[in-house]
Design a protein around this ligand. Sequence first.
Ligand SMILES: Nc1ccn([C@@H]2O[C@H](COP(=O)(O)OP(=O)(O)OP(=O)(O)O)[C@@H](O)[C@H]2O)c(=O)n1
Ligand SMILES: C[C@](O)(CO)[C@H](O)COP(=O)(O)O
Length: 230
Amino acid sequence: MNKAAILVAGGKGTRMGTARSKQFLEIGGLPVLMHTIKAFLQAEPKLDLILVLPQDQFLLWEELCQEFRFDLSHRIVAGGASRFQSVKNGLNAVNFDRGVVAIHDGVRPFVSKKVIQESFRIAEAQGSAIPVISLKDSIRKVSSDGGSEFQDRQVFRLVQTPQTFQLEKIKQAFLTPESDQFTDDATVYEAMGWQVTLFEGNPENIKITTPEDLEYGDFLFYRQQKDSED
Ligand SMILES: Nc1ccn([C@@H]2O[C@H](COP(=O)(O)OP(=O)(O)OP(=O)(O)O)[C@@H](O)[C@H]2O)c(=O)n1
Ligand SMILES: C[C@](O)(CO)[C@H](O)COP(=O)(O)O
């Protein structure tokens, strides 16, 4: 079965508030994106790996690859104005017609090997594979009049990436016009009337979004290093 991964990293990282976009910042001495690429190629060494970057950051990425002597195989594609457009550009760059494709936020470097491998296995059999985790906090639905209402957290899940799909189906889904309701790839797939298949994600697979995520990322990195030495 042909397998590809699209790592979307075409965003600006405004919530991080740093001059350099968050996907290029370092965790444990290595840029975030290099951790993510390593995770995918360790889990699936034969992957066609497509990295989606802002066009004006191609040169920076080339310089970083030289600086960090990073030579893992990947192709680069220009991002779009939104995550949806960046994914679409990535899908158009996949160079086979039949197979499975994982779509992953480049800024989720702590995705586990098990989740990556499971996502391909489940998507191949079921059409899609969406990693989710249970909630640990209580949740409330708030209303515009200042009120709020208890919600049963057992019936909710937090949604992560990689979101993995049979290529033909997700390419067809992405022909639909972009909508504000498309907060991820599962919602685009679902708009076709197809049900998504959920599976258990890994809680460390956080999306690096704000400065405290970088500090937690450092902690996770050093804990991983220590675990592998023990
Ligand atoms: N035009 C865009 C916007 C987002 N992304 C990617 O989608 C993922 C999830 O988006 P988010 O965390 O929101 O990243 P940013 O858009 O960069 O962050 P912010 O919203 O804080 O600006 C990131 O890997 C980001 O680079 C992308 O490829 N192209
Ligand atoms: C795709 C995603 O990471 C799934 O949780 C999330 O929806 C991205 O949201 P963002 O607002 O684009 O960061």
